[in-house]
Design a protein around this ligand. Sequence first.
Ligand code: PTR
Ligand code: PTR
Length: 297
Amino acid sequence: LPDFMAHLSCAQRSGIYQEYEELRKEQPPGTFHCALAGYNQERNRYGDVLCLDQTRVHLKGKRNERSDYINASFMDGYKQKNAYIGTQGPLEKTYGDFWRMVWEQSVLVIVMTTRTDEGGRRKCGQYWPLQEGGQEVYGHIAVVNQRVDNHSHYNQTTLELHNTETCEQRQVTHFQFLSWPDYGVPSSALSLLDFLGAVKRQQKRAVKALGSQWRGHPLGPPMVVHCSAGIGRTGTFCALDICLSQLQEVGTLSVCQTVRRMRTQRAFSIQTPEQYYFCHTAILEHAQRQGLLSTNQ
Ligand code: PTR
Ligand code: PTR
């Protein structure tokens, strides 16, 4: 395989790093009151990774309780309002809230870009039954693991949800990408691009299967995307998806504008210059694979 890093000169690389540093200086354009409320502290995995009041997801069924808060934000996709919900890796005490959100927002696909433990530290709770045939109840949602398919860089799990209050059932597909440490970048852009492709195909399939039951955006309900804090890897994954969709439709894209906009919705999205740089090289790699670039470019 050609070395795509070589397509960007040192000067280009440092220009991209500098652009990221400029983006980081822009303050989030909203408030964090709800995330900072004393009684919500235990609902944040990290005390310094909060979500904006303006874009946070409200737990509808908890509207009349003291808190309808979950550390989760709506994020727009390419020409798709609320294409994603970016969220933190669920904490044991928020498993019920997480599954409530999945149910209330009619989510069909969950994307997890972290492992539950990394470097001996807990990054995310085990919020779904891991073994095929396993079943767990989280709040009012019972989750059954119907099937696990192991791929080289990710696991795909088919989950059946039972709403114990309404007796309705639904299927959700869980995708876990396995080779992406926090603050890092994936070991290979190709493996992440394949993963993204599998996620997109499943979302499309699931929306199609809903048929006329689904009356929202033609591309379907939001995909839930999370890592540990829900900003670094989550932001990188979503930015890549947006840029590639735009590239496919109009032939141009802007990583900078994409990330700037994203940070107004899920504050602090993309955590390191390497992640920001990775977006560029992964796009190049994709374009190359699709024959949109010549090898000498
Ligand atoms: N304060 C946290 C820390 O311990 O570093 C915040 C944090 C953790 C920020 C993980 C980003 C992280 O990465 P990601 O969003 O990719 O899980
Ligand atoms: N522990 C995280 C860090 O130091 O990166 C917490 C954090 C997250 C701090 C985001 C600041 C953040 O904002 P920004 O990405 O805009 O610098």
